[in-house]
Design a protein around this ligand. Structure first.
Ligand code: G4P
Length: 283
């Protein structure tokens, strides 16, 4: 479910995340591996300040593996622990607890130095809608945890999920708002399913996608749509694909809406292959 974010919702989400963070030793920041920067909440650094952080590049099954590698280094260089995962299939999820333990070592060492038996390390998942927070929580819990509406502000008694002996996870994630400031970010969020597609124009979004694919994945385009050459002009490219796919109206005019929809759906579903829409050098 996608939330319409208004200033009141954002203020509430921030307040709730801050409340939850008081109980937390380690923050698990969840982003979409295809758009790790665009899918970050704009104030995450301020919110999670002072807490050790594990960044999870989720939906790595849909992202370009080479770019994911580059993103792992990027986040490591910022001082975080990083894992790439596929929460849907569970790939990489087992390593989460281990990474959390490593991050919390200074804390457990301190407890031991005081003669205490270290307690379980408490973690919270933070991220924008649709990045896979519930899927991961269910994976870590080993069962389906009730989803209490995706709206910030709807509360229920919070519970801790035991993940092995040494980690506890808050059963409700911190739902944060996405970035809004830049149109390209908006397109990336919509193409990956993080914000409502209806908010944006399908044709505009598909032109954005085609431009990107033409520059970064030309071979993939050729292969998928059986093109021998990629026209320089993106509208011509749009038309070529329309013709190949038989998206023609009477008089042989290309049906732009249908082409746009096909491009969007085929990207979304992963039919075009593993594609990342952002690299660490993307502006
Ligand atoms: P949220 O709590 O952060 O809002 O996200 P949620 O877990 O509900 O996941 C959103 C969608 O993303 C779900 O698909 C879920 O199955 C999918 N998903 C989560 N993790 C992964 C992953 O690692 N790989 C892939 N391929 N998909 C993942 P859905 O219910 O079908 O929703 P939608 O795709 O129709 O939006």
């Amino acid at each position: 479910m996608t939330i319409q974010w208004f200033p009141g919702h954002m203020a509430k989400a921030r307040r709730e995340a801050k409340e939850k963070l008081k109980l937390i030793d380690v923050v698990i920041e969840l982003v979409d591996a295809r758009i790790p920067l665009s899918s970050r909440n704009p104030v995450i650094d301020e919110l999670a300040k002072g807490k050790p952080r594990l960044v999870l590049l989720n939906k790595a099954d849909l992202a370009d593996p080479n770019h994911t590698k580059a993103w792992m280094s990027y986040f490591e260089n910022l001082g975080n622990a990083v894992l790439q995962i596929d929460a849907q299939k569970g790939t990489g999820v087992k390593s989460i607890s281990q990474e959390v333990q490593k991050l919390a070592k200074p804390l457990t060492d301190k407890m031991r130095a005081k003669g205490m038996n270290p307690r379980a390390i408490r973690a919270l998942i933070l991220g924008i809608p649709n990045v896979g927070k519930s899927t991961i929580i269910n994976r870590l819990a080993g069962k389906k945890i009730a989803k209490i509406g995706d709206k910030p502000g709807i509360t229920k008694a919070q519970q801790w999920i035991k993940v092995g002996k040494q980690m506890e996870l808050l059963d409700t994630p911190g739902i944060l708002w996405p970035k809004f400031e830049d149109q390209a970010v908006g397109y990336r969020l919509a193409l990956t399913g993080a914000i409502k597609e209806e908010i944006l124009d399908f044709q505009e979004m598909s032109v954005f996608l085609l431009r990107f694919l033409k520059d970064h994945y030309p071979e993939r385009l050729k292969e998928r749509y059986q093109l021998t050459l990629i026209p320089e002009d993106v509208i011509e490219l749009f038309e070529e694909i329309g013709k190949k796919r038989g998206c023609l109206m009477s008089g042989g005019i290309v049906d732009y809406d249908r082409v746009a929809e096909i491009l969007f759906r085929e990207f979304r579903s992963g039919t075009m292959g593993r594609i990342s829409l952002e690299t660490p050098s993307t502006k």
